[in-house]
Unconditional design. Structure first.
Length: 137
């Protein structure tokens, strides 16, 4: 019998992250307001810290935040920041609920993969979970 997944809630400056470990996967559900480079850096640093602490090979991020989009220059700075957090070693699926930011999410995926991240962006959580378990879909 497997133990129940454990939940941890972390409050950031303008957002909240609910972490749940389920086997070899960490699920991070983010709510609140983001949209600035600073907020994005802050919440991904918290996600990276919990992911490294959990020692899991896979990460599912559900982004339900509101806020504006980053510029291309900010996205490049953001990816550089991510590369300093150690997440390139973690298979990461990101679900962006705000479809107005789809271009930003797709651009971020391209930039991250160019830097060696194993990461994909999805609009549907079930597809993200399937990719984390089985690879390309």
């Amino acid at each position: 019998m497997e133990p129940e997944p454990s939940t941890l809630i972390v409050d950031g400056s303008s957002f909240r992250i609910e972490f749940r470990r389920d086997g070899n996967r960490l699920r991070a559900s983010v709510t609140g307001v983001t949209g600035s480079l600073e907020a994005s850096r802050e919440y991904w640093a918290l996600i990276a810290r919990e992911t490294m602490s959990a020692g899991v090979p896979t990460l599912l991020v559900i982004d339900r935040t509101a806020g504006g989009s980053l510029t291309l220059a900010e996205l490049e700075q953001f990816i550089h920041h991510l590369s300093e957090l150690g997440l390139e070693r973690v298979r990461t699926a990101y679900v962006g609920v705000d479809t107005a930011r789809s271009w930003q999410n797709e651009t971020t995926e391209i930039l991250a993969r160019e830097r060696g991240f194993v990461a994909r962006v999805f609009e549907i959580e079930s597809e993200a979970s399937l990719w984390l378990r089985h690879g390309e879909i």
